[in-house]
Design a protein around this ligand. Sequence first.
Ligand code: KIV
Ligand code: ZN
Length: 394
Amino acid sequence: MSNRVVIFDTTLRDGEQSPGFSMSAGEKLEMARQLARLGVDVIEAGFPVSSPGELEAVQHIARGVRGPAICALARTDPRDIDLAWEAVRGAEHPRIHTFIATSPIHMERKLRMTPDEVRLHTQRAVARARSLVADVEFSAEDATRSDPEFLCRIFDDAIASGATTINIPDTVGYALPDEFGTLVRTVLERVPGMDRVTVSVHCHNDLGLATANTLAGLAAGARQVEGTINGTGERAGNVALEEVIMAVATRREALGLSTAIETTQLHPTSRLLCALTGNDVQPNKAVVGANAFAHEAGIHQHGVLMDRRTYEIMTPESIGLPHNRLVLGKHSGRHAFQKVLEDEGVRLGAEALDGAFARFKELCDRKKRVTLKEIVALVEELRITPAASGGGAR
Ligand code: KIV
Ligand code: ZN
């Protein structure tokens, strides 16, 4: 089995489905171009049947982006499949992704279909898609709440009908890592043709377990990961691709896996998505949050100044940030205070530094956040000029 993990980005489909994340056709194209720079293998560009504008947006991406496969989502209805093909037929590498729910609750309450009807829909949809394009993905929606035996039968049907990728979604973010790994392993062991197709995982984050579940799926033998930039997506979102990618890169020896991602494009890609949608990520977001490479506590700052590996398991440069950030606050130490001032061109002698540092700490006790501008102003207020400080030039 190859150790190369296929990265399938669905920021423009599942990610766009979350409230406040929709983009115009031009914005989707700009994002798709950045995803190509990032080096993702597959871009799921949209769900063409959802609106004429969506169909057009996917067509623009299919014609305008080279490199990754361009994929469109379709239910099992023939019209969905045909529209998905209309959307991606201009792509260098087109893919149709068709799905149907397989859990009892979805089949009975939502689809109102019997399991046999669901099997028939699957066979027809995959065969129709395969008559149009060589690259066909099939997903069993709500796989983690489906009967594993039925799931195996459906996957067998999909492969027999021509599917080339089989996706196992944890649609409602319900699985625990052990359970999810076992499910992927079971499917791989029991479905005869599974070794001839790419096995994919698609984890939602309702319990905050999407990254753990995705890694469990990879450990069990999956070799495609579906997710989004910044973890956008339905409800609590999809797995954040930057987390999986950096886990694979940072723990390469432990996991024994690789991707084709240019990791230095992760930060620019995350920032572009924030700019296009007007939604920022939380400051403590893993990998791409504003604080992911920021250090405020004195002990941490001292450690990082001596050797950044003391508190950084990956470098900011590896995700495309020019450098880490020392944040000055009430937990900061004298070393960091001096370093930040020096970066601003302010060099102080020992005595002047002590005086400025004491004033800075007083200010921190009074104010929740002290900006760099305020710190520089404080130093100037103390009339610490190059001559007065005796410590060099500004
Ligand atoms: O979460 C899900 O099940 C999906 C499918 C369409 C793959 O997004
Ligand atoms: Zn999903």
